[in-house]
Design a binder for this molecule. Structure first.
Ligand SMILES: Cc1cc2nc3c(=O)[nH]c(=O)nc-3n(C[C@H](O)[C@H](O)[C@H](O)COP(=O)(O)OP(=O)(O)OC[C@H]3O[C@@H](n4cnc5c(N)ncnc54)[C@H](O)[C@@H]3O)c2cc1C
Length: 388
């Protein structure tokens, strides 16, 4: 395990440190093997593995519904993502998507929806997905066009969703669509759509530089019972943003995990690589680089666990979560780049840990709100405060 002194920070309770240590040992014993070329099969396997070992219970809020705690424990989720990301990016992805895909149900779902979906998410027998983005509505979520027309006791969905993680292997999708209660963000609702519902199809599978299942979905007259709507009609934007407030912080934690692993790899390499009669670590240029990596990691960790702790206290964390995601993902990219540089040619060889991490980190600066969107959120929160 890398340096774990941060587990003593006052943001955590004793059970958090125990959770991180226990998972670290489990991951070392169970995630060492390569995932193999079939990413769908690997993800299904990881979801089952994480479910059977009990880790997915932490992705789900509500003990009645199979969750580990009464409510979503943001610090637990962040520690799990950080630890899994340090061991295996795909395992972090599998865990994160069970949380993101079921978060809206845990936060806003009816008791019946929670009973039906959450226990299966928690034991790994159902795979979840979160379908918000569209070809012409990514950063500008409120521009979404996918429509949900009320028809008696059902809604009929028409339109497209794209960049949907777990698209093609999910058992259900939480889909956001324009239900027409008002213009813009106030006219969106959230629905649970079971895979295989007539009219819901996978239009395209999309290959990524760091592979995970991803798809464009098509809805053609897809009839969903009104009981599958999450929360009130027109509340969908709020549902999406509240879910993202939890999981945006956890994206920061995943970035932290990638960065910590890169620092561990870089330290080991610097100590062992000999050149000019010394080790790479003997050179002050290397020491400056290592110091910068470690400092960026600690700064990112402080912002990440501040946001997680504030959310668990019941505070509004829009600004803190945006600061955490912006800093942790941008810092991790810089840390990864420095690690690759220290490895020389070895750093760009396919399958080397730092090469894999370098590809894995890139998307985190784009999804769940690109870095520029996080900057706008932070600035908006500052400017909306009354002048002193
Ligand atoms: C690997 C991966 C997995 C994903 N998984 C999911 C998923 O499961 N569910 C889901 O709904 N979506 C998912 N997404 C989609 C993701 O949330 C969007 O890609 C993201 O919101 C950006 O939208 P976009 O790609 O349309 O880019 P655009 O909105 O076209 O933005 C392009 C770029 O413009 C810049 N930009 C944005 N706004 C501003 C601004 N105001 N000023 C200046 N510059 C700006 C940013 O650099 C941004 O990257 C995933 C994306 C990726 C890459």
């Amino acid at each position: 395990m890398s340096d774990t002194s941060y587990l003593d920070w006052p943001f955590f309770e004793p059970h958090h440190a125990a959770l991180a240590r226990e998972l670290d040992a489990w991951a070392a014993a169970n995630l060492a093997a390569a995932h193999g070329p079939d990413v769908d099969a690997a993800c299904r396997q990881l979801v089952l593995q994480l479910g059977q070992a009990g880790w997915l219970r932490h992705a789900v809020g509500g003990t009645d519904a199979g969750g580990a705690h009464d409510a979503i424990d943001t610090r637990g989720i962040c520690l799990i993502r950080e630890t899994l990301a340090r061991h295996a990016g795909l395992a972090d992805f599998a865990f994160a998507m069970q949380g993101l895909g079921s978060g809206a149900i845990a936060l806003f779902g009816s008791a019946a929806q929670q009973r039906h979906y959450l226990p299966r998410v928690a034991d790994g027998s159902a795979i979840a997905a979160f379908a918000l983005s569209e070809p012409d509505a990514g950063s500008d979520v409120a521009a979404m066009a996918c429509a949900a027309r009320r028809d008696g006791d059902a809604y009929v969905l028409d339109g497209e969703k794209t960049w949907i993680s777990n698209g093609g292997i999910a058992d259900f999708y939480v889909v956001f669509a324009r239900s027409g209660e008002a213009e813009g963000a106030r006219g969106i609702s959230a629905f649970i759509v079971d895979a295989g519902t007539p009219g819901c199809t996978v239009a395209e599978r999309i290959a990524l530089m760091a592979p995970h299942p991803l798809a464009r979905l098509r809805f053609d007259g897809c009839r969903v019972p009104a009981t599958q709507r999450i929360g009130a009609g027109g509340q969908g934007f709020k549902v999406a943003m509240a879910t993202l407030d939890v999981f945006r912080t956890s994206v920061a934690a995943a970035a932290l995990g990638f960065a910590r692993r890169a620092l561990d790899e870089a330290l080991a390499h610097a100590r062992s690589r000999r050149m000019f009669g010394k080790t790479l670590a003997d050179f002050q240029l290397t020491q400056a680089r290592l110091a910068d990596m470690a400092t960026r990691i600690d700064a990112a960790a402080l912002l990440t666990y501040r946001a997680a702790w504030e959310r668990d206290r019941g505070a509004r964390v829009t600004r803190a979560a945006a600061m955490a995601k912006l800093t942790a993902t941008e810092s991790a990219q810089a840390v990864l780049d420095a690690a690759v540089q220290m490895f020389g040619a070895l750093g760009v060889v396919s399958g080397q840990p730092v090469e894999t991490l370098y590809r894995e980190i890139r998307a985190l600066r784009i999804y769940e709100g690109a870095s520029e969107v996080q900057q706008l959120i932070i600035a908006r929160e500052l400017l909306n405060r009354p002048a002193p």
